[in-house]
Design a protein around this ligand. Structure first.
Ligand code: PLP
Length: 285
């Protein structure tokens, strides 16, 4: 059966899911997106994703065309219509399609809202067991990375470089420090068992999974320091990992081909992954 997408109020087969060539998402990357995981047909940590969506659209003065409560209903209906068990729901809202290509905001134009789902076995993914290698690339992005904008060209280039190097993610570097992964937050566990991840601010996206993992770690009396770290520090660490809605917690075993510790996923990463999966299952809607 053909996949069903949601476009501006309608559920339609993917082959009929279309927006205008004048859509500002297409012309200017004038839009915001969110990705929430689905486990056993339920949305994971979706309140956090919808809160970030509201914040992102607010930062670019874009009004959501639906309430977040309605957006969640649409997400759920889309999951049901696609019989999605494990995977993710992608949603994007743009400033809509004007009659031309003026940079300034159009007046009286309804934002575009689209959603689609994709299948992924997040729990059973082979890289969940093996860990991944990361490469490092310069962080070429703009200075408002806290906004989950669809302007992702820097990440496209970073993740293409990673793919060509056989790596699973690219860690982006600015002023000698890791900002974050192309589509994930970056963590290390130091030799004295401190969990380190960069502090939120305009240099990184405030990851929903990052937020949950930091809170879950602190609840378990693990020391967490929110600060930037260098690649030298990561290579001297006990463990390294990434977090995101679509990988949860995933070990990083090499950086630019050099091993982190013994080059195997570390026990704390495994434990935090289990704790996150429990949290995900317990809070699924
Ligand atoms: N950082 C960036 C740049 C991302 O694109 C993402 C996810 O796409 C993340 C971090 C992780 O965020 P989340 O845990 O909310 O998926």
């Amino acid at each position: 059966m053909e996949q069903i997408a949601y476009v501006n109020g309608s559920f339609v087969p993917m082959s009929e899911a279309k927006v205008s060539v004048l859509d500002r998402g297409f012309l200017f990357a004038d839009g915001i997106y969110e990705v929430a995981a689905v486990l056993d047909g339920k949305l994971i940590d979706n309140a956090s994703h919808l809160a970030r969506l509201e914040r992102s659209v607010g930062e670019i003065q874009l009004e959501l065309p639906e309430t977040t409560a309605r957006i969640q209903e649409i997400q759920k209906e889309l999951v049901a219509r696609n019989n999605l068990v494990n995977g993710m729901v992608y949603l994007e809202v743009t400033r809509g399609a004007d009659t031309g290509r003026d940079f300034a905001f159009p007046k009286g134009v309804k934002p575009t809202l689209i959603m689609f789902t994709s299948v992924k076995d997040i729990i059973g993914a082979p890289s969940a067991k093996s860990g991944i290698g990361v490469i490092t690339v310069p962080d070429l992005r703009w200075t408002r990375r806290d906004i989950k904008s669809v302007a992702l060209l820097a990440q496209v280039l970073a993740k293409q470089a990673a793919a060509e190097a056989g790596a699973g993610e690219a860690w982006m570097i600015e002023d000698g420090k890791v900002t974050e992964g192309g589509s994930s937050s970056a963590f290390i566990l130091t030799q004295d068992d401190v969990l380190v991840t960069r502090q939120n601010g305009s240099a990184i996206l405030p990851g929903c999974t990052r937020k949950a993992v930091v809170a879950l770690a602190e609840e378990r009396q693990l020391r967490v320091e929110e600060r930037a770290f260098s690649i030298e520090e990561a290579l001297a660490a006990k463990e390294a990992f990434i977090t995101s809605a679509t990988v949860f917690v995933q070990a990083v075993v090499t950086i630019d081909g050099k091993k982190v510790a013994n080059g195997k996923p570390g026990p704390m990463t495994g434990r935090l992954r289990e704790i996150y999966v429990d949290f995900a299952e317990a809070t699924a809607v």
